[in-house]
Design a protein around this ligand. Structure first.
Ligand code: ADP
Ligand code: MG
Length: 695
């Protein structure tokens, strides 16, 4: 067992390391830059770079990299060594302030949605001093933002930082009205990460898992998650060893990995960190996903981060626990003991409701992907309809205000399970709701619709920006009002009444909710293909422009990137399906049938009945015929898809025509799999994959 306080952050150029290694004045300047946005001069950067290099070399690093997050959703790095030649033919280890502050990777091979032509290759990376540098694989990694020569953001971090700035500006103004002085408001996120672990040897044998991260064929196992025995169940030794290793790696990198447990599906697990500032949380979540894969490889396993690796059992999501706090650490979504009289809280709360209601479309867009389409609305994840859960107490408070009467708080509730034997416990004033996409959970909102493989940046860019807009609305209403309390209650009343349709405390998995949501006029964008084009609606172009997050042409470019990603993902899935079918599945059918047929022949020669073989061969042949026809149809329709020029139309074509054709191929193959002898199957079954880790 490792000594946690000793290893924690040992690979991070953290504030305590800086304090130790930087001259006082430089450290102060760095803090002013991080907390107040004061400029960081070249001289300061030079000193910092030198200290960083010395520290990194002591830790065994030889290289540095600007670590950034292009639109691919994963991270990118290009390593440069610290060496610099000297006159006498030897080398010294150098790292300048300029190298720390900016880099120039080639931008042409990253997605840009048409902003960059390949011949316009220049791109810049710029240091994000609010996220600590760290060492990975002997390389000093400097978290950076990535933009084009012309200034457009080509990454996920730049707009995230811009959205945080927008929210901060708006929130600081509103807080002033309540006498709360702060220089900055930061948004905080704790992302809970779900994942699957499978045996690496089995994973290798499945082209669908290797190419697509999910299974495209596979009959149901005799046993899935029906017994509800995996959630929070005892963790297997091999998985536990993995989790310990993963924690160690995370702790060394200063990631506050905290809670780990088994999830609902067999082979499914979760790791949650303690929350941090959003951009740091985004960096850390990327590192967490990367190390989940690496550490798995060391343990002979493969970590699947896809939203739906297996049909028929739950998929994986990511819960984005989100709040806002002042620089001094005051959580602005903390209701305190007496929320009814907590004016600041009430304003922030209704602003969240207004933001979520006004921008359901953008929240939905921010969680849209081909992978996540398998989860949203599938009774294991929140519905595709965006709504907010408040719980009984807060709803009652807002209803009271809307109705114009005083809210009477009930007494603190206690639970005593076995009087005199067990201590009394305080219970929360509201239960949880697992079915809501956006649920208030005590002092934060939990946006539960993210897919497991997502970068959390996209959804948080949206959350921060729409909240900034709602806070501006509150400011405009409240500023200059003589009686602030009166104005707040009036504002809360008006805003809640205007947006209460977004509040839903019931079961989001039911058909009744779908009906009810329709009556309320809420959006129900069932697939990514339907959702993504909303990104470029005029309202959203204006929103992101107003808050300095994206210029309209960048919003449009990102819409294209997302549509393209959707179509490409499906195209790869189709290609993989057809390859598996033609190269592995059909030959397996043929082989099994051939064996059966030769048996029939032998038996018949001896005058023995060959009834079951005949029936079986007939069944498998029929399924084979059906599958073969379906494969031709799939091939044809996917060729047609490529010809649809408009990307939004192409995405809809995939959704409406290609996906059903994929399903039509899968069905007979899965039906045949059940009938086939094990040794004829071309790949490991669901049962082997899901229950393959036994020790
Ligand atoms: P659970 O939902 O399982 O009870 P917690 O309430 O402890 O768990 O929180 C789940 C996640 O929410 C954790 O990652 C936690 O750090 C994070 N979290 C807690 N408070 C905040 C906050 N103010 N802002 C953002 N995330 C938070
Ligand atoms: Mg959760």
């Amino acid at each position: 067992m490792s000594n946690v306080p000793e290893i924690f952050g040992s690979l991070v150029f953290s504030e305590s390391v800086m304090k130790e290694r930087l001259p006082k004045a430089i450290f102060k300047a760095y803090k002013a830059c991080v907390n107040e946005g004061a400029p960081l001069t070249k001289d300061i950067a030079n000193v910092m770079a030198n200290a960083m290099k010395d520290w990194a070399i002591e830790k065994g690093a030889t290289h540095f990299t600007h670590w950034f997050q292009p639109m691919t959703g994963i991270t990118a790095e290009k390593h440069d060594s610290f060496i610099s030649p000297t006159d006498d033919g030897s080398v010294i280890m150098e790292f300048s302030g300029k190298e720390l502050i900016q880099g120039e990777p080639d931008a042409s091979s990253f997605p840009s949605g048409g902003i960059r032509a390949t011949f316009e290759a220049r791109g810049y990376t710029a240091w994000d001093p609010t996220s600590y540098a760290f060492i990975k694989d002997g390389c000093l990694c400097i978290p950076t933002a990535f933009c084009a020569y012309t200034g457009e953001a080509l990454d996920k971090k730049t707009p995230l930082l811009r959205s945080m700035r927008a929210l901060s500006n708006s929130a600081v103004k509103v807080l002033k009205l309540f006498g709360i002085e702060t220089k900055r408001v930061v948004t905080t996120v704790g992302p809970e990460q779900e994942y699957f672990l499978v045996d690496k040897k089995l994973w290798e044998q499945r082209k669908d898992l290797v190419y697509c991260g999910r299974t495209l064929f596979g009959a149901k196992t005799p046993r899935g998650q029906e017994l509800d025995d995996h959630y929070f169940g005892v963790i297997k030794q091999r998985v536990l060893a993995y989790m310990h290793d993963l924690n160690d790696e995370m702790w060394k990198l200063g990631v506050l990995a905290k809670t780990e447990h088994n999830e609902v599906a067999p082979a499914q697990h979760e790791l949650a960190p303690i929350f941090s500032t959003t951009n740091v949380a985004a960096d850390h979540n990327q590192l967490m996903m990367e190390f989940m894969k690496r550490v798995a490889a060391k343990h002979g396993m493969y970590c699947l981060l896809h939203e739906k690796p297996f049909a028929g059992v739950n998929g994986s999501g990511k819960h984005n626990n989100w709040s806002m706090s002042t620089l001094e650490g005051k959580n602005l979504l903390d209701p305190s003991k007496d929320p009814y009289h907590n004016l600041q809280f009430l304003v922030f709360l209704v602003c969240v409701l207004k933001a979520v209601d006004d921008h359901q479309d953008m929240l939905r867009v921010s969680v849209a992907s081909a992978g996540n389409d398998h989860r949203l609305g599938a009774n294991e994840a929140p519905p595709a309809i965006i709504s907010a859960f408040l719980g009984t107490e807060l709803t009652a408070i807002l209803e009271a205000i809307a109705d114009g009467h005083e809210f009477e708080e009930g007494p603190q509730a206690y639970l005593n399970l076995v009087k005199e034997y067990l201590p009394e416990i305080e219970i929360d004033n509201t239960d949880r709701n697992r079915t809501s996409p956006f649920a208030f959970t005590g002092n934060k909102f939990e946006f539960r619709a993210l897919g497991s493989s997502f970068s959390i940046s996209g959804p948080n860019i949206v959350l921060n920006t729409i909240m900034a807009e709602a806070l501006d609305d509150a400011y405009d209403y409240l500023a200059g009002k003589e009686n602030l309390a009166e104005a707040v209650y009036a504002y809360v009343k008006e805003t809640y009444n205007a947006h209460k349709r977004i509040v839903f405390n019931g079961n989001g998995y039911t058909d009744e909710w779908v009906e009810e949501a329709k009556k309320r006029g809420l959006l129900n964008l069932k697939s990514a293909a339907e959702a993504i084009p909303y990104f470029s609606n005029q309202k959203n172009l204006d929103l992101f422009e107003k808050y300095g997050v994206f210029m309209p042409h960048v919003t449009k470019a990102r819409t294209e990137i997302e549509l393209e990603k959707y179509c490409t993902t499906l195209r790869i899935e189709v290609n993989t399906m057809l390859e598996m079918f033609n190269k592995d599945i059909m030959p397996a059918f043929t082989l099994y049938c051939k064996e059966l047929l030769s048996n029939i022949k032998d038996k018949k020669a001896l005058g023995i009945s060959a009834n079951y073989e005949s029936k079986l061969v007939e069944k498998i042949s029929a399924l084979g015929d059906q599958a073969y026809e379906a494969s031709l149809a799939l091939d044809k329709v996917s060729e047609e898809a490529k010809l649809v020029e408009d990307l939004a139309a192409q995405a809809m074509f995939y959704r409406n025509n290609v996906i059903p054709a994929m399903d039509a191929l899968r069905k007979p193959v899965d039906d045949a799999e059940i009938l086939m002898g094990s040794k004829y199957l071309p790949y490991p079954t669901y049962g082997e994959l899901l229950f393959g880790i036994n020790e």
